[in-house]
Design a protein around this ligand. Structure first.
Ligand SMILES: Cc1cc2nc3c(=O)[nH]c(=O)nc-3n(C[C@H](O)[C@H](O)[C@H](O)COP(=O)(O)O)c2cc1C
Length: 222
């Protein structure tokens, strides 16, 4: 009798979707949501037939919800990012800034996007030159993030004393980076305080082996 717990049978419930399974053991795979047997809990061990096989809603984990604004901020805070030095060059002037908002859009063509604050000197130079470089930080790049992330290049030369090389496009790139890329702006979108620059990657170079710095790692190690 399918769906009915017969004499001395056990009944199991999927803790993810609520699916009920009758049998000595839980199913290897939940036929409804696909999780494995470890997600099933024993809910009945009976010698009486049980005809109630309706899928019951599973209680949500009890995490106290903050107000709507706070919940949105906390949710955004949990998006993971890498950390990058975005550099640019226009009419003899070099500058760079730290950014976490740099991400691949497509691999073919090699295309990425960056989100840059309109107040930043880097923003001004990218808009004027239509190009930028990306140096992908390794996990010891905290000083680079601080150097490029906490002051503006309007008042200072952030590259002074730093080991750098100039890419084919004329943009300065960090020697101490996992990889670097150079990119040409394809289009830009006004995102309020920031501009989203969509760009084609024209060059890439591999400088080091290792893991990239993430924003979370930077926060935890600074
Ligand atoms: C960890 C970190 C991540 C940052 N991410 C961004 C970002 O994604 N976009 C942005 O516009 N600014 C970002 N900033 C802020 C800029 O790096 C900062 O405003 C910088 O001083 C701008 O320099 P500039 O005026 O020379 O261009 C970040 C700063 C830090 C420390």
């Amino acid at each position: 009798m399918k769906g009915v717990a017969t004499s001395m049978e056990k009944q199991w419930r999927c803790t993810v979707c609520g699916y009920i399974h009758n049998g000595e053991n839980p199913p290897e795979i939940c036929p409804i949501c696909g999780v494995d047997a470890s997600y099933f809990e024993l809910i009945l061990e009976s010698d009486k037939p049980n005809t109630d096989t309706t899928i019951k809603p599973v209680a949500k984990p009890i995490i106290e919800q903050p107000d709507k604004e706070k919940a949105i901020r906390q949710a955004l805070y949990r998006i993971s990012y890498g950390l990058y030095i975005i550099s640019t060059h226009f009419e003899g002037r070099d500058n760079g800034q730290c950014a976490n908002t740099c991400f691949q859009i497509t691999s073919d063509p090699a295309r990425l996007a960056i989100g840059i604050n309109k107040q930043n000197f880097t923003h001004e130079l990218i808009q004027k030159s239509g190009k930028f470089g990306v140096s992908v930080l390794n996990q010891t790049g905290q000083d680079h993030a601080r150097r490029f992330g906490y002051r503006s290049g309007r008042d200072t030369d952030k590259f002074e004393g730093l080991a750098v090389h100039r890419g084919e496009s004329g943009i300065l790139l960090l020697d101490d980076a996992l990889v670097t890329m150079q990119a040409t702006v394809l289009s830009q979108m006004d995102a309020g305080t920031h501009t989203l620059f969509l760009a084609d990657v024209t060059n890439g170079e591999i400088l080091q082996e290792g893991d990239p710095m993430t924003y979370a790692f930077f926060r935890a190690s600074k």
